[in-house]
Design a protein around this ligand. Structure first.
Ligand code: GLN
Length: 503
């Protein structure tokens, strides 16, 4: 029998629907794969002990003739930022060690209702702060392409799980790039939806005006299928958009089939010069654009003069919101409590937060508290919000000229574990191309564009579209993916050395 872990979610779903395989078989194959490789990869913080039971229940329902959803019986990995009733949710932090939520995040409840089988919870930077998973309180995840390198962050666990064939699909969250940048460095696909398109209810908040939950996968179609399952209006999330969404899977299928690139206007940002990018990243990006041009796309230079100020604005807005969101970890209501003999309530809170939070979290809480303090509010937070508006206007002007904007997803390929951990600014600059989408609330997708010549590591191309045009990203992403996979003679991940391929 074929190795079930090598199948995409769409392929598994098709085989499940015809009865060729059972969900128990698919689930067992992935649990075996986790047992075999996760000691090296460390994508998971927790592996479910009842996934096979859930799968068996779905097999029984199918056998009884019930009509199940398009992904019923397919395994799923869940970023630990999303709360679950049957598995602990730590958000990568010691302060929440062992925390069991009384409710499921809406996206988890919807995934379960759609028949996806949760395999476990994936590793992440503490409270989603980081680009490498090195800020996880539980140790880093390793990139399946090269175990000495970072898998991206904060959602490195979800991306690595999918890249290492431990799960066909996963859920992630993206506040400044945490779905897209891990996709870029692991040769996988990730999409940050339009702000409000997917519920944030039960996603442990980092920065509420920036956070979005989204899909992680090996193909554009799989991301679309997951998005269809988890997305749409949720009355539990006050910022959730109320409109009906088109089928993203249909959009992806249309992209893969048709000639959606013909006449497509693709914007490249003038203010993002090649010099800011590793040469192999630039080369891969331009080659992908050429492929699109050869199939009828028109490459148009657009100006987004405030794009480059995104990082500076983000690192004021994010810490400000994070410092407020993390105030609830007060040792009384959640998680860790460090007792202080004879101490006041404040002494206990201080000792618990001191012991429970890591350095990066403390750094951002201090920064955020400072930016919001009375004497500095206007100078820092207020100015950052103005920059945010200017970035939104840049996008409005650009999208009057083009259908999508394309950028490399991140400036470099996967760097080495330990390389940037002591240099927060270097780590922050990593997100220069992903952050503007979060500031503007628009959707963004990253998919593999190839391997960088100099190091043979994966590179991602990012497409951005106007708010609510998520379907456009699936269409365009699937169109380019089909052309590139054809050029490569098969999926990029077949060439990851740790997984038995050769570059
Ligand atoms: N790397 C960015 C940060 O450190 C993005 C994080 C995210 O999207 N959650 O904030």
């Amino acid at each position: 029998m074929t190795d079930l872990t090598r199948l995409t979610a769409a392929e598994l779903a098709a085989a499940l629907a015809t009865g060729e395989i059972s969900s128990v078989e698919a689930t067992r194959a992935h649990l075996d794969r986790i047992a075999a490789v996760d000691g090296d990869v460390h994508a998971f913080l927790h592996v479910s002990d009842h996934a096979v039971e859930v799968a068996a229940g779905l097999d029984r329902r199918r056998a009884a003739g019930e009509t199940l959803g398009p992904l019923a019986g397919v395994p799923l990995a869940i970023k630990d930022v999303l709360v679950t009733t049957d598995m602990p949710s730590t958000s990568g932090s010691k302060i929440l060690e062992g925390f069991l939520s009384p409710y499921d995040a809406t996206v988890v409840a919807r995934a379960r209702a759609a028949g996806l089988v949760p395999l476990g919870k994936t590793n992440m930077d503490e409270f989603a702060m980081g680009s490498s998973t090195e800020h996880s309180a539980y140790g880093p995840t390793h990139n399946p392409w090269d175990l000495d390198r970072i898998p991206g962050g904060s959602g490195g666990g979800s991306a690595a799980a999918v890249a290492a064939f431990e799960s066909p699909v996963a859920l992630g969250s993206d506040t400044g790039g945490s779905i897209r940048q891990p996709a870029h460095v692991t040769g996988t696909v990730g999409l940050k939806p339009t702000y409000g398109a997917v519920s944030r209810y039960g996603a442990i908040a980092l920065a509420s005006s920036l956070d979005q939950v989204g899909p992680v996968s090996r193909t554009v179609l799989d991301a679309a299928l997951v998005h269809d399952a988890i997305g749409g209006h949720d009355p539990h999330d006050a910022t959730s958009l109320s409109e009906a969404w088109p089928s993203f899977a249909e959009a992806a299928r249309e992209g893969a089939r048709g000639d959606v690139l013909k006449g497509l206007r693709v914007g490249v940002v003038r203010e993002l010069p090649d010099s800011g990018f590793q040469s192999g990243v630039s080369a891969s990006f331009h080659a992908a654009l050429q492929t699109m041009e050869a199939h009828g796309a028109e490459i148009v230079e657009v100006s987004a003069p405030h794009f480059e100020y995104g990082v500076a604005a983000y690192y004021l807005i994010l810490p400000a919101e994070a410092s407020s969101n993390l105030a609830k970890f007060d040792s009384v209501r959640f998680g860790l409590r460090v007792e202080v003999a004879g101490g006041t309530v404040e002494d206990v809170m201080a000792a618990s937060r001191e012991a429970g939070f890591g350095d990066e979290v403390k750094r951002r809480i201090i920064l955020g508290t400072y930016a919001l303090s009375a004497g500095y509010y206007d100078a820092y937070y207020g100015s950052a919000q103005k920059v945010r508006t200017l970035i939104q206007r840049d996008f409005d002007a650009a999208f009057a000229q083009v259908d999508v904007i394309a950028t490399p997803t991140s400036p470099t390929t996967a760097f080495r574990l330990g390389e940037r951990i002591d240099d927060p600014l270097q780590m922050y600059l990593n997100d220069v191309t992903t952050i503007p989408a979060n500031l503007a609330g628009i959707p963004g997708i990253s998919l593999p564009s190839g391997l960088a010549e100099e190091d043979g590591l994966p590179v991602g191309i990012q497409f951005l579209a106007p708010a609510r045009e998520d379907a456009r990203l699936y269409r365009v992403g699937a169109a380019l993916e089909a052309l590139l996979v054809d050029q490569w003679g098969g999926p990029l991940l077949d060439r990851a050395p740790v997984l038995g391929g050769s570059r």
